[in-house]
Design a protein around this ligand. Sequence first.
Ligand code: FE2
Length: 389
Amino acid sequence: MNPTQNIHQGHWIAPRPITLLEGEDPQAIEGFDYAEFYVENARQTAMYFCFSFGFTPVAYRGPETGYTESASYVLKQNKVTLLITAPLKTTSPICNQVALHGMTVHDVAFRVPNCEAFYYAAMEKGAESAMVPTVWQDEHGVIKKAAIKAYGDTIHSLVERTNYSGDFWPGFVPYGDLFAVPENTSLDGLIVIDHMVANVQLGKMEHWVKYYENILGFSQFLSFSDDDISTEYSALMSKVMTGGHGKIKLPINEPAHGKRKSQIEEYLEFHNGPGVQHLALATNDIIGVVRELKSRGITFLNVPKSYYDDLPERVGPIKQDLQQLAELGILVDRDEDGYLLQLFTKPLHDRPTIFFEIIQRQGSKGFGVGNFKALFEAIERDQELRGNL
Ligand code: FE2
């Protein structure tokens, strides 16, 4: 094995006794580490995220760095890290996933203080392994990673990078060394991944609620029934699972019976099974961010102008200028803790599956349930255009 292969492959860590500090939670989570997209063409997708959403390409791994299985681009904006990966050979298992799902989020990775402790605690409670604890090393230190399977083909990687000072991962090189970094396209308005939402099949909600509760030590934060979230045509149920003392929020959607096909059923059909429906990216300046993204050609779901007619009565006083919110189509919702502003992009590719949400929290810890009806009616107008309603 040559040194280049070593750096990419890492070394399996044999199971060993785990020592925990007094009171240490073996399944502690510090936050989202990254979201990995599987795509057919990583170079073009990476450029799309950079030019359209203002991400900065920071690292790369592919055949030029001695890795011949796939090509991966690491994109960052503040604390948001996206990993964009494409297969290079038809024998790669990534190929099957891309054929089946189209662009899809394969890995919702958690940053953990103790990878081995988390992994073995989850395995003891019935988790299915996707990768045994493995260690990578370079001049910046060591990284440990293990992974467990979640809904559909999605996995949760458990990344321990406490003893690593590099940009991303051993074996990745700074992006600019290989390709020109686009100039003047980076933005810094998107701060952190606020939440990532799963769509699961009809009847599977409880299974996945129990998975997060029993195997990952999460708890249920909120729940919405089909009475909360229904339109004339379709309905869904949603439960929000939370872990890492609130740093990780993973809502789960299940379709509910309606007159016509729900947006969740449309997703499940075109994604060929359960998967990540959207990533919510938090900002402190939603007006500035949405204005900039629109100028770069990003399209958002349109809400009817009438949505703003009763907004002051519905949400009370807010800091932002109502006229600008209406002009940009930004939604507002209030709960007992405060309010939030949010907006949803149209799907990121041709299949009606994955999209982004831009969210600004002004105290509210919720998810904008008061907007669901207006939002779903907007989605249904698009579904009807696609002939899927
Ligand atoms: Fe959301």
